[in-house]
Design a protein around this ligand. Structure first.
Ligand code: S5P
Length: 274
């Protein structure tokens, strides 16, 4: 299973350009850390990314929370991505019919498909959401993450819903590169499927709800440590927001990014060494 392979080995075998690039970046930078930069001003957004850039493989954005958004911010983001060698993940959580999400992905103010290597979607509408997003993203070499589980208390994404999300992904392996999930999805919803085929599948598990200093927030978020997430649950990328950017001045933010990178990488090295 991919759980015991190195990121570099997995990069060699991967066919999707976004997944391959992400796995290569993780290996090259020795970082499975994705920072989620959920701030509302362009200047803060770009400054934080410039500070954490050296420690991350991926930046996760919610571009619609930026109050003073101008498209030139995207040009600056792309420059930072080249300067610091990281990929971009717009956390758009698409959730509509295929025709609508294709428009939301390609058009409007943000034109997400033109700059975001990876985006995500809820499986709730059924496979048409993948067909719609793929019609835009596949020609551009993009990758899609499905939300199979969530980190929040009381989430409805569990049990049969999670299994069916994994089944939907398996039917679209060229474009769906992995999941937002709290654990590895190997074998989930796989009853009766060919075992060698399953052994060859490599979905990336990107996991939010990661924090070293808090157990959660007042709105249902729940945190686990990088060690619990990467070593015990077998996830591939840790997503950290307030635990990093919420920590004060630039020196503090840099120190936290370095701390999470180190913890996430140590947990991975321990995982593949067993
Ligand atoms: O289940 C989820 C899925 C996502 S993408 N739980 C989450 O928290 N997220 C996102 O991860 C959320 O939208 C936020 O941007 C980030 C977590 O932020 P933090 O500040 O709690 O680390």
């Amino acid at each position: 299973s991919a759980r015991l392979l190195t990121y570099a080995q997995r990069a060699e075998n991967h066919h999707n350009p976004a997944a391959k690039a992400l796995l290569e970046t993780i290996g090259r930078k020795k970082s499975n850390l994705c920072v989620s930069v959920d701030v509302t001003k362009q200047a803060d957004f770009l400054r934080i990314i410039d500070v954490v850039g050296p420690y991350i493989c991926l930046v996760k954005t919610h571009v619609d929370v930026i109050e003073d958004f101008e498209f030139s911010m995207i040009d600056r983001l792309k420059e930072l991505s080249a300067k610091h060698d990281f990929l971009i993940f717009e956390d758009r959580k698409f959730a509509d019919i295929g025709n609508t999400v294709a428009l939301q992905y390609s058009s409007g103010v943000y034109k997400i498909s033109s700059w975001s290597h990876i985006t995500n979607a809820h499986p709730i509408p059924g496979p048409g959401i993948i067909t719609g997003l793929s019609s835009i993203g596949t020609p551009l070499g993009r990758g899609l993450i499905l939300l199979a589980e969530m980190s929040s208390k009381g989430t409805l994404a569990s049990g049969a819903y999670t299994s069916q999300a994994v089944q939907m992904a398996r039917a679209h392996r060229d474009f769906v590169i992995g999941f937002i999930a709290m654990r590895r999805m190997d074998g989930v919803g796989a009853e009766g499927l060919d075992s060698t085929d399953l052994a060859n599948e490599d979905f990336l598990i990107l996991t939010p709800g990661v924090g070293l200093d808090a157990k959660g927030d007042s709105m249902g978020q729940q945190y686990r440590t990088p060690r619990e997430v990467v070593l015990e649950s077998g996830c591939d990328v840790i997503i950290v927001g307030r635990g990093i950017y919420g920590k004060g001045n630039d020196a503090d933010i840099q120190a936290q990014a370095e701390r999470y990178r180190k913890e996430g990488w140590a947990a991975y090295e321990e995982r593949i060494s067993v």
